[in-house]
Design a protein around this ligand. Sequence first.
Ligand code: SAH
Length: 481
Amino acid sequence: MQKNDVFEIEITDIGVNGEGIGKIGGYTVFVKDAVIGDVIEAKLMKAKKNYGYARLMKILCPSPDRVDAVCPMARKCGGCQIQEMSYEKQLAFKEKKVRGNLIRIGGVSKELLNHIMEPIVGMEESAFLGAPFYYRNKAQFPIGEDKEGNPVAGFYAGRTHSIIPNTNCVLGVEVNERVLNLILDFMKEYKIKPYHETAHEGIIRHVLIRYGFRTKEIMVCLVVNGDRLPHSDVLAGRLAEIEGMTSVMLNVNKNRTNVILGDKVKLIWGKDHITDYIGDVKYQISPLSFYQVNPVQTEKLYRLAVEYAGVAGREGKCAEMAAERPIVWDLYCGIGTISLFLAKEGCQVYGVEVVPRAIEDARNNAKINGLGNAEFFVGKAEEVLPAYYEEYGRKHSGKGAHADVIVVDPPRKGCEEALLKTMVDMEPERIVYVSCDSATLSRDVKYLRERGYELEKVRAVDQFPHTVHVETIVLIQKKTS
Ligand code: SAH
């Protein structure tokens, strides 16, 4: 096979990034936007010895699992990788990915998985679109200029930094479009320039919009290259007309960087935060807070975390008997989202998180929910927990600190061994591991299974329909010897 060869190929598999895979003889071809079951005409763009990357030229016979993309920009944008696959197949693909990693990397047997793996938690489909859309509560649009010099909002094309205009992303909420158009009109009228990266000139870099699904509160935050935005009072007045507008803010980012947000925020109108709920827990969200982007699926995930932790329904019962509260550590706790869910159930919760601002939010969230049984520490989980364990041992003549449950929700790289070791030393009955990367989760599951723990439950949760990402939650339990 050579570059520029055009050929017919049947797609028989799907890669980890959602691309279609087909074979010609022993040669493997990866085709973006092709779906398993498609017969297509493809053109080889990059040829390696045993495999190559091809472009989808024409669909000769569409797969029964192929659906029309709702967004006309789906292929160009890259934010959604599998919008042209039926939602049912998306779910099957994600479940298979988690299962495959647990078998290959985690060394878990198929028999055990058949026994304990629960069906993936999908999202309800929107009645008129046939799949879940409009689920994200946060959107960040880069602002640029078209050839005529008009301001545009959209997304970066492929791996470039040129902006393709699109104010109507179907993963985000519908009000985004109105907010963006209002800002673009304002920019034109008052001749406010978008930021230009290479020249490091211009003012508006990004627009960040957050929406509280339960409260319907909206926050607009303009990321600006400067300390102020000219005529911001006019803009704020116009934005305030939109129903639900609660907060208009500026984020100052004068750095030559592709990091979206700077450290400083300024209030222009309304409150400096919006409020939202997941389940019964209330959260205050500011422009810099980390907050789960799909609140509907997040609630399902956190309910599972409570269920797997085995602490449900202790509320009230334990309120007067503080000594009997189960002790739960929530590591990588962010703004305390899972911690507060567990605290609501009456647990004594200790949260650990490396970002100091997130811990400030966590403490504040505990306060506004009236939860005195959650305490938070700033630091790396792999440092805070081992240090706590050692210190406890020193104070209690060698007796180790105990936890009933340890919850971890690490970033993609998973947990460090020093942390896993301390977790095992603390002998919790249950470990609940939440992860956005089932490969590192599987690696850590293997470590724990070799040290007296067994996998009891596994479930994938689809937090990000139309993308290849999938969240996994597992329960790992101490073996009774
Ligand atoms: N459980 C939270 C956040 C999970 S995201 C929620 O559901 O909302 C992972 C979090 O881990 C991020 O907030 C990140 O800042 C934090 N983090 C990354 N490395 C860490 C480390 N070594 N120790 C503690 N926290 C860490």
